[in-house]
Design a protein. Sequence first.
Length: 119
Amino acid sequence: MSRLKQKVNSLMRQRNQLEERLIRSGPLLKGSLFEQYRKCGKSGCKCERGERHGPYPYLVVGKGKARRLTYVTASMRLEIKRRAENSKGFAALLTRLDLLSSDITAGLKDIRRILESNP
């Protein structure tokens, strides 16, 4: 029983640390940075020979066919990239938080079962 309580307490400390990290995540941005090469269509241009122009950075938002591409200026590229990476990290932390919460709940149910079986 003592080991089980220690394990639950440890999981709860880990959950609190994750929650703090989530709160301090910084600015988020839904989407991801995508670089694309383009053809201009001008006669005699290098892109007619396969040498495309670019890469041009775009913010991609959405999934599947419902995607929206927005051109990202050079001055905003690093900020957009940072915010998109923050969002991915936030999602990964949320997944870990869900797993920890499930483990805590399972541990507490085990403690309850033990306490109920030992009047």
